[in-house]
Ligand binder design. Sequence first.
Ligand code: ADP
Length: 636
Amino acid sequence: MGEKMHAEKYEFKAEVKKLLDILVHSLYTSREIFLRELISNASDALDKLRFESNRGSAIVDKDMPLEITIDFDEKKNVLTVSDTGIGMTRDELITNVGTIAKSGTEEFLKLIAETKSETSNIIGKFGIGFYSVFMVAKEVVITTRSFRSEALPVEWHSDGLGDYEISELNEKTLRGTKIAVHLKDDAKEFTEKWRLENIIKKHSNFVSFPIYLGKEKINTVNAIWREPKSSVTKEQYNEFYKFLSYDNDEPADVIHKSVDAPIQFNALLFIPKKSSEAFWFDRENYGLDLYVRRVLIQHKNKDLVPEYLSFVKGVVDSEDLPLNISRETLQENVIFTKIASSVTSTVFGYLADKAKSDENGYKEFWKEHGKIFKLGYGDFTNHDKFVELIRFNSSVCKDKDELISMAEYSARMKDGQKEIYFITGPNRDSIDVDPHMEIFRNKGLEVLCLFDPVDEFVVSSLRKYKDFEFKSVESIDSKKIKEMKDVEQPKDKIEELTKDDAKHFSSLLSKMKNILADRVEDVVESTRLVDSASCLVSKEEGVTASMHKILKMTNKEMGLQKKIFEVNPNHKLVRNLIRVFRVDSENQFIKDTTEQLYESALLQEGNLDDPHKLVKRINQMLEQSSDWFVKLNNYN
Ligand code: ADP
């Protein structure tokens, strides 16, 4: 090695130290992934070089082949990974290797600190990059020379404990980066040829540059997405998926598509079995790899599919884009946007087929990825396809896990039914006892049960399935529904109100309106209730209770939306109120009961801010009724 100049010591940034501390002491069983990370960096560096070359930049050692070489020295216990890629200048070394730029790293560190025993899965999936080398290394030496002619080659070395040293090399080093890994005593296995060969085949087989182990080429360099479907085996698809996604599992779906006109492209897409939502800190880490004529233009391009399809992994390769296209202008390129919308259609087409041919498989898909896919409600261009693919629980389902499609719902609609009804609630139990459901049960009308707060945005934004509007049970025209045929006869036929009582009932409603004053829009006779005494409903154009709760979270100042208070004249409690009212219209019991019913309705929809008054009133009423109870039963 030649003379070193300007040797300088630097300290790692705090977050790097934290990460290193975890890695150095980690008992992670799959330490081998460090090699995947180094090879992946080398491959990125080669991609970047090819990109610069396509742009016509001046390049040092222009004629060197683009390749990765792995050498090992069993005696010295050293492994080296070299590439002829873009290299790094001194400044680049400091910014790239001295800090962690990857978004979500902080969350990653936190998570890893919390779940010590299960780090393996997380480390493997997150891909912590270069630093993973310190799981196996006691010292690392990087020798690198940038493709820029003015930059001097530099050497970086560190034991991964707290600082690193950089010095300039004045000798003639060739372009690219060489990483010498001085292995820990317990990591000797990484100088064994067969072991290295296995690791490379397992994790890096599809790297698009040749990987040499010594003199022997190890990987399969062909781009399988450009091969005819019939010549690719399931194993090859699985292997490629694992390489691409860092997932240990096989994919749930493989979508391999080749389009020739009007624009040529090949797409090889995968849908994972499991959602990576749990890795929420890694949410930004989505997108498809974009190739032009087998040359990687961009890793994880986020414009090839909309965000609501971010669970899709894969590659897209086109003949029709220029090789020197810049990433910054991709979005404005008409061919690119056409490819992107065609990729989206491909995914929709695939899902529609799956929903038909493999109903259960599709439901599994919805359960895993629905949370993200659902957000497609905002994509109006795909409205009609999307609305066929949504799934919800409904009142006809036997349990909360069952799902139905809108096509199934519409096939079961009653004569004259023009709307698709939905109700929101935290679970089936609470929906089953919700007073709003009573009339629907009575008429045998199906109601979608929405459990996820976002579901209401989904149906409200979609507005319609075919010609049927989505309608909240809170804002229906209950008189129209009342006219429909009952399927269930009320258990005890209630006597109609006498003319005289009907008059008193109507005065009682006015009285109640006085009591509730401007807290409600109006107090009216209910045509929808069967078993409950009262409930709150929205005006037809109003916001539903759960939507109101969501809006209130974002705007604390938002006041309670005024609603209509409906009272059921056939309920025993209301009948008794009429009797009291007839004799003493100013009786305190009427006031207390009205307040109680109103606040209970608020409580039920989750909009009662302060329960103190309600609890106090209930306790007083219980106390009174306990007196009556004791007297009635002669217990005193
Ligand atoms: P990531 O690859 O996720 O960005 P790493 O920690 O693995 O994170 O690498 C940090 C950066 O160091 C890379 O983004 C790249 O700029 C640079 N780098 C790493 N390895 C190489 C290499 N072999 N050649 C050129 N640059 C490299």
